[in-house]
Ligand binder design. Sequence first.
Ligand code: IPE
Ligand code: IPE
Ligand code: MG
Length: 259
Amino acid sequence: MEYSKFMVLNADKIPQQCLPKHVAIIMDGNGRWAQAKNRPRVYGHKKGVDAVRQSVQFCTQLGIQSLTLFAFSSENWRRPEDEVNTLMELFLFVLSKEVKKLHKNNVKLNIIGDLSRFSDALRSKVDAAHELTGHNTGLQLNIAANYGGRWDITNAAKQLAEQVAAGQLTAAQITEQSMAEHMSMHDQVELDLMIRTGGDIRISNFLLWQAAYAELYFTDTLWPDFNEAAFAEAIACYVARERRFGCTGEQIKQLLAET
Ligand code: IPE
Ligand code: IPE
Ligand code: MG
């Protein structure tokens, strides 16, 4: 069966269990979007915030449980100082301005990444946002800031090593499960779909552990142009795929027939 954009936008036409429960996005292409318009790169980042708003609204409408957005990677510190500063200011501004609205919409905000390098002002905004929205039951919105997949895995290993050093655990007792329990977003549903905008076909050190079985979707659309229709296309592509998790297609069909 072919799933059209129309069907995705009318979510009641597709059973909820076919939709991804957790979507992550590498929001790439802001700089090129601005440069194509002869504007500074920063203009693209500002426009990118509108695309974030649209995506949050879209996920809320579709009943998606978790949306994880890559806002700033651990490698993005390598950018010119000006651009890094502007990105930090923008982040601070968005946190101040948008959190109340998110709260009103029952969104639970969660910033993931190594926050130790951020300013005190930014960290206190993050704490306040976590506190305000912590009990919300709607969309779980994770913003990855100074995040790196390798950092996440290293961090989990470090925590387990501390437990071993304290004699609470032996090295032999470390399992995939115990690693997973120390990874970012371990308390949320598994990642189903990872989208990258901007045309590049790589993961750029995003969710390495969590993406083990995620479907990957790459689009040339630049992030500021990623609107509801573009998101719907990504969902439609996901819905049409067969996820086999190492099984055969026949086994999956049988399983579906039994449920
Ligand atoms: C993504 O857009 C946003 C961040 C990495 C903060 P880019 O700034 O990477 O835009 P391009 O890839 O240079 O066009
Ligand atoms: C990935 O985009 C990081 C974010 C979207 C925050 P980049 O533009 O930094 O990735 P590379 O450098 O092209 O791999
Ligand atoms: Mg880029």
